[in-house]
Design a protein around this ligand. Structure first.
Ligand SMILES: [Zn+2]
Length: 88
């Protein structure tokens, strides 16, 4: 059993505005995230430690994309935001 078994996973996109470090073009990009929603029922067969982890677990979103492709010059660049996990 791993932590992912605690959650239902759903892909989502969030729009964000970034400027390209190569050509300075600023544009909106659709960035892919996964929304992990805690299961309404505790999975079966967990030990005490896992049950404690489950009860503390919170919904969160994790970013899937690390890089995006510039809409103008088509070069790839790192998403300039180091926040890859957001608690909901
Ligand atoms: Zn560019």
């Amino acid at each position: 059993m791993n932590e992912r078994d605690f959650f239902d996973e759903r892909p989502e996109t969030k729009r964000a505005n970034y400027s390209c470090p190569h050509c300075r073009e600023r544009a909106d990009y659709e960035v892919r995230w996964l929304r992990r929603t805690k299961k309404s029922q505790m999975p079966r067969g967990m030990n005490e430690q896992q049950k404690a982890q489950f009860s503390k677990a919170r919904d969160y979103m994790v970013r899937v994309d690390d890089m995006i492709t510039c809409a103008r010059c088509r070069r790839r660049f790192d998403i300039p935001n180091f926040q890859t996990v957001v608690f909901i």
